[in-house]
Ligand binder design. Structure first.
Ligand code: UD1
Length: 340
């Protein structure tokens, strides 16, 4: 079976994708610099799949070790590239760190892929490229808006770098997957989301509040032009998302793609408000969540949810799990992590 490199494979989405790749029989090699992940995740993956993936601690910013890695693993057929920094606020404070972490690493990998006879490449992009879209649901043809942060800009520039590369190097085939809001965890609760420090994202903040690590959840604004006044997002279960990566990779490996560079939205197509997410959590956990409404958070868009038609029809992928499933699994994971 084909050997697939997963960069950032010990992270949240990466680890779930490694599980799905191994379930499909692929041979996986993970590289990760452990800057925002733990080596224990390797055990979690092994315990779910019964097979330990190959692992090398590697920082993709280090050009020569990256070259050596590809010399050693010269039979790699595909790369799923998750490794990147993703904290929006931090990226505003440290733009150069973000451009180095997210852009140089991408360039180094593509340079190595250029040397291979053929390479399939999957890139972690984000719905953040659309900003506040003029029309909902958001299709892949919606214009890419001026990025709100260096983090968002690295996703836009990353897509452009890949598109430009694929134009002139026919041996590289690529798909950029634009994720909406990934949440939840594997049903086994052996892997999940492990934010370091205070979580910036809604769902880990909810579960950490419920377990008692955080005093209270702040709901950022209830005066938006939405039915209940809180912002709307498309929350997609991480296991559904992981499966989409395997399907996208297969599309390239089996030459079923329509062009050398394609983009797909990965979402459920359903928008949920912040209050709906809280209520889903309360329903499935039986816990009462301590939250209060505060002012808006700078940079938040009002509403974003995916048009899933292209992913459904062309990729042949559709999300299967619900928001309740995601909240149930996120809660189970939080309880396991905290030893409760
Ligand atoms: C954020 C990033 C986005 C990135 C994504 C990765 C911003 C502006 N956007 O998306 O670029 O791709 O994470 O997962 O940071 N909320 C609260 N209280 C909280 C936390 C969040 O009310 O403590 C609300 C937010 O206002 C938002 C919703 O929950 O309406 C989701 O927020 P979050 O999980 O941070 O995701 P995004 O902002 O959509």
């Amino acid at each position: 079976m084909d050997k697939i490199l997963v960069t950032g494979g010990l992270g949240f989405i990466g680890s779930h994708t490694v599980v799905e790749l191994q379930n499909e029989g692929y041979e996986v090699v993970i590289v990760d610099n452990l800057s925002n992940s733990s080596i224990d995740v390797l055990e979690g993956i092994t315990s779910i799949t019964g097979k330990k993936p190959l692992f090398e601690k590697l920082d993709l910013k280090d050009k020569e070790p990256v070259e050596d890695f590809f010399k050693k693993h010269n039979n790699i057929k595909g790369v799923i590239h998750f490794a990147a920094s993703k904290a929006v606020g931090e990226s505003v404070q440290e733009p150069l760190l973000y451009y180095e972490n997210n852009i140089s690493t991408l360039v180094y990998i593509l340079k190595e892929l250029k040397k291979l006879p053929s390479a399939s490449f999957i890139f972690s992009s984000s719905c953040t490229v659309y900003g506040q879209a003029d029309e909902l649901p958001i299709t892949e043809n919606a214009p890419v808006k001026l990025a709100e942060s260096p983090y968002g800009n690295t996703k836009q520039i990353g897509e452009e770098i890949i598109r430009d590369t694929c134009k002139v190097i026919p041996t590289i085939k690529a798909i950029a997957l634009r994720y909406f809001n990934p949440v939840g965890s594997h049903e086994s609760a052996k892997i999940g989301e492990l934010p370091i420090g205070v979580p910036q994202n809604l769902v880990p903040f909810i579960t950490q509040t419920a377990i008692g690590i955080r005093e209270q959840l702040s709901v950022f604004g209830n005066d938006y032009p939405t039915p209940d006044g809180t912002c709307i997002r498309d929350y997609i279960h991480v296991v559904d998302l992981a499966k989409a990566h395997v399907i996208a990779l297969k599309r390239l490996l089996e030459n079923k793609h329509k062009s050398n560079y394609e983009t797909f939205n990965l979402g459920t197509g359903k928008g949920s408000s912040v209050l709906e997410v809280i209520h889903s959590f309360e329903k499935v956990s039986g816990e009462k969540l301590n939250y209060k409404i505060v002012g808006r958070r700078e940079g938040d868009v009002i509403s974003a949810y995916a048009d899933t038609k292209k992913a459904n029809d062309e990729l042949g992928w559709k999300s299967e799990l619900t928001l309740d499933d995601a909240m149930r699994s996120a809660w189970k994971w939080e309880q396991v992590v905290r030893g409760k």
